[in-house]
Design a binder for this molecule. Structure first.
Ligand code: ANZ
Ligand code: ZN
Length: 820
């Protein structure tokens, strides 16, 4: 008898699959397509962690299951290989970022191979490789041609020590996340992608994605932040009737405006304060506010601070003089950067008005007229308009429309829709990213690099000193000739946000060798959309929103036939240890490779799939891993024990009887359960439990009983387990004498007839207490069951001194005798 030796068989089969091309993409057009995709890793050099292990295990089961069900499956892998850590390694350790990254890519790819995941490695891609980033540049030019890439001056978070722009997420308490220096706002010319043009379509598309978790769709809706309201235009008499427009969701409160607030960065501010007593104070105040992040400025807890400019606006309907303030809580890049203050009906305005003693005028009364001035808090509910001139008595919901319409008719504003979504700032003052393919010429201005000159290659003659963008230190890179006039020109030295690289990689897998275009539309249309996309929920907004945006642009360009890239999205839960997320900082990390080394990849995969449904958090447990290992040994032994069966020719009986019939029923029940759990619900954990019950059934199957069904049960067990534990099943399959890979077998189907029970065990209760268990025929009538129960000697004895009042029969379950 051979022992289960995972190390040896895993090695052997991984080599075999590779050599025999078992995982190569099947392109048979007669088969339905299935695209299973896991988010590709960042090759940080730390190696695989449990989160990776979990995503890949899930994705592999999905892919293998579909293959065995007759689909041609695309299941590729790559590396999201640009980003800061490579550059930091260059700065701090003097290593070459390209070499560092390529080594890490190799390392992670080897580790992925050790898990036995069925990737088609022929389609491997790395976003930092010139053949890939050439096409990222090609796509940037496409966006530019379509008017979707533009340069604009913007206030951005700037770290003076790191010499780069930071994302909002990289600013913590006003300090740089990396070096702790004070972050400032800097006005810089930056490249943006016009994602806001797609706001409505990005929102609408979410309704067509029932295969996405509601939570993720809600997060995207929230991020896009559609808000319906009105523009209201105020004039400023002292500036020759210059106009300021505010955005409000509550035009119904227009008569309650007692002041107006501009964002400190609002372009009108300098004119408003010019020559006024407030001028220097306001300028100081503005400098101070520019340092805080948007999040700090808008939080409801944050102190609202403002200053009066000394200037006034004219109310569009009443003509009243409205003081103009500036305050920290109004942001320049939301709405119009200006708001009308309605303290009686808005909490932030109320706080502000109380602090600065501005009038608070009620203009919406609740149905019961309960607001008595002075009010002690803002009333934000519905009601009827008061002190609102011709609109008095109108319900406020109707007034929202009516006032907006009135404004529109008088060229003082009107209904509008506002989105929270901003254009995507993609410039990074960093080396290790895709160079933005643009040049600047004194004569011609901004000139795109022609397609046939792509890629703009990252130069090697750069200095990594952590003080500036390394690309600016390469003369050979910076100095170029103008593609238009041939004169001297300067190259753009910013690189692209790495989220651009990952916004189109899922298309590239369909045509990874194409050197002219990002992909051939025909090939992409063979595979897209991705049928199941598996990854972490941390990308709910960023990557998943950007990818949807890219897809819509490529759809408009006619390059892809779908406008949503991912039909179904599976966001896997975290891997916890002792109740906390596994992380380096907590020091509670278990490396998947240690587990693979000790027990084999199959055990590691089985544990991870068995411990929880994929979208739930999973608690790591050593004993759970051991349990999985024991189960695989149990499967191994039972097949090893019956090895002889597979060289014998057995005759199938006409009818299975007794234990054989029972085993057949159990087998078909298991096939049904596993198929449903895997194909419809992604509940691999319950699928595995079902196979465990089948194994128990096989172990207790008597020696004298029919062998044909036993053989069938063992073979199908191996097939059912193959997607989850690919190595051991391959070995066992071959032990059974088969010469073709188990992974090329058709998925078993179940026979509904086999599921029918002829006998069932029922409980017999007397006054609700279980006294006896009894086997009855499933075809017996209620009367027959009752009769059978009452004939039992033990039951007769128990009710001998009682009178039976009632007998309740619940078919297939129990009989309750009510006796006094
Ligand atoms: C007057 C008003 C009265 C408002 C009232 C609310 C209640 P959402 O729903 O998030 O779109 N606002 C507009 N632009 C702003 C900016 N740049 N910075 C900070 N606040 C801004 O919120 C829209 C409301 O947020 C707008 O409606 C405006 O205040 C404020 F009883 O206008 B409201
Ligand atoms: Zn030129």
């Amino acid at each position: 008898m051979a022992d289960y030796n995972p190390r040896q068989i895993e090695d052997k089969w991984q080599g075999y699959w590779e050599q025999a091309g078992v995982n190569r993409t099947d392109e048979d057009p007669a088969k339905p397509k299935y695209y299973a995709l896991e988010q590709f890793p960042y090759p940080s050099g730390d190696g695989l962690h449990m989160g990776h292990m979990r995503v890949y295990s899930i994705g592999d089961v999905v892919a293998r299951f579909r293959r065995m069900n007759g689909y041609r499956v695309l299941h590729p892998m790559g590396a999201d290989a640009f980003g800061l850590p490579a550059e930091n390694a260059a700065i701090h350790r003097g290593v070459n970022p390209r070499e560092w990254t390529i080594n890490n890519m190799e390392k992670i790819r080897k580790e992925q191979s050790l898990l036995g995941v069925s990737y088609d490695w022929d389609r491997y891609l790395g976003t930092c490789l010139p053949d890939y980033y050439k096409l990222t540049q090609w796509l940037f030019l496409l966006f530019y041609k379509r008017g979707l890439a533009y340069r604009k001056k913007a206030f951005v978070n700037w770290c003076p020590d790191c010499h780069t722009v930071l994302a909002n997420e990289q600013v913590e308490d006003g300090k740089c996340w990396r070096c702790d220096s004070e972050v400032t706002k800097k006005e810089l010319e930056q490249w943006f992608l016009k994602i806001t043009d797609y706001a409505e379509r990005l929102l609408e598309g979410l309704d067509r994605l029932p295969g996405w978790p509601d939570k993720v769709r809600a997060m995207q809706r929230n991020w896009i932040g559609k808000s319906e309201g009105a523009h209201v235009t105020f004039t400023i008499p002292e500036l020759q009737d210059e106009k300021v427009t505010v955005f409000t969701t509550r035009p119904d409160t227009l008569y309650g405006v007692s002041y107006m607030v501009l964002a400190p960065e609002h372009p009108l501010v300098p004119q408003l304060i010019k020559g006024k007593a407030s001028e220097t104070k306001v300028l100081e105040f503005i400098e101070q506010i520019k340092k805080s992040s948007d999040i700090e400025r808008t939080s409801t807890e944050a102190e609202k601070v403002g200053l009066a400019t000394g200037a006034y606006a004219k109310h569009p309907l009443t003509g009243e003089k409205i003081p103009i303030w500036i305050a920290n809580y109004v942001l320049m890049d939301y709405g119009t950067g200006a708001v009308m203050g309605v303290p009686a009906h808005d909490e932030r305005d109320f706080q502000f008005a109380q602090k600065y003693e501005l009038p608070i005028q009620v203009v919406i009364q609740p149905q019961d007229d309960s607001l008595i001035e002075p009010i002690s808090e803002a009333y934000t509910g519905d009601g009827v308009l008061v002190s609102s001139g011709p609109f008095d008595g109108m319900k406020n919901r109707e007034a929202i429309q009516a006032i907006a319409k009135h404004l529109n008719e008088n060229q003082q504003g009107g209904p509008t829709v506002n989105y929270r979504l901003r254009d995507w700032l993609i410039s990074r003052q960093r080396y290790w990213g895709t160079p933005i393919p643009m040049t600047y010429c004194d004569h011609c201005g901004v000139v795109p690099v022609p397609e046939d000159q792509l890629p703009v290659v990252l130069p090697e003659d750069v200095v990594f000193d952590g003080k500036r963008n390394p690309l600016t230190t390469s003369d050979s890179f910076v100095h170029t000739t103008c593609p238009q006039c041939g004169g001297e020109a300067r190259r753009e030295t910013d690189t692209m946000d790495t989220f651009i690289d990952s916004s189109w990689y899922f298309f590239r897998y369909a045509d990874v060798q194409n050197s002219e275009q990002p992909f051939d539309p025909d090939k992409v249309n063979q595979w897209l959309p991705v049928d199941e996309y598996i990854g972490g929920v941390e990308h709910a907004v960023l990557h998943l929103l950007y990818s949807r945006f890219f897809t819509k642009v490529l759809f408009d360009e006619g390059m892809v036939a779908v406008d949503e890239p991912f039909t179904s999205l599976l966001t896997q839960g975290m891997v916890l240890k002792d109740g906390a997320k596994m992380s380096k900082s907590k020091g509670n990390v278990v490396s998947p490779l240690e587990i693979v080394d000790k027990y084999g990849a199959d055990t590691a995969r089985l544990f991870i799939l068995f411990a929880a449904p994929p979208d739930r958090d999973l608690e790591w447990s050593e004993s759970g891993v051991e349990g999985s290992y024991r189960f695989l040994n149990r499967v191994w032994r039972i097949i090893d024990q019956h090895k002889d069966l597979f060289s014998q020719t057995l005759t199938t009986p006409v009818n299975y009887e007794g234990e054989a019939k029972e085993l057949r029923r159990l087998l078909h029940q298991t096939i049904k359960k596993v198929t449903g759990d895997m194909g419809e619900r992604n509940h691999f954990n319950t699928a595995i439990s079902a196979t465990m019950e089948l194994v128990n059934g096989i172990y207790s199957y008597p020696k004298h009983a029919d062998r044909t069904i036993l053989k069938e049960a063992l073979e199908k067990l191996v097939i059912l387990l193959a997607p989850m534990v690919p190595h051991i099943t391959e070995e066992l399959w071959h032990m059974m004498g088969h010469s073709e890979s188990v992974h090329l077998q058709a998925w078993p189907t179940y026979d509904p007839e086999a599921l029918i029970l002829d006998e069932v065990e029922i409980a017999v209760q007397i006054n609700g207490k279980v006294r006896e268990k009894l086997i009855v025929s499933t075809s017996a009538s209620r009367e027959e069951v009752e009769k059978q129960v009452m004939e039992q000697e033990r039951i007769q004895a128990l009710i001998a001194d009682k009178t039976v009042r009632k007998v309740i029969v619940i078919p297939g379950k129990l009989v309750n005798i009510v006796a006094k």
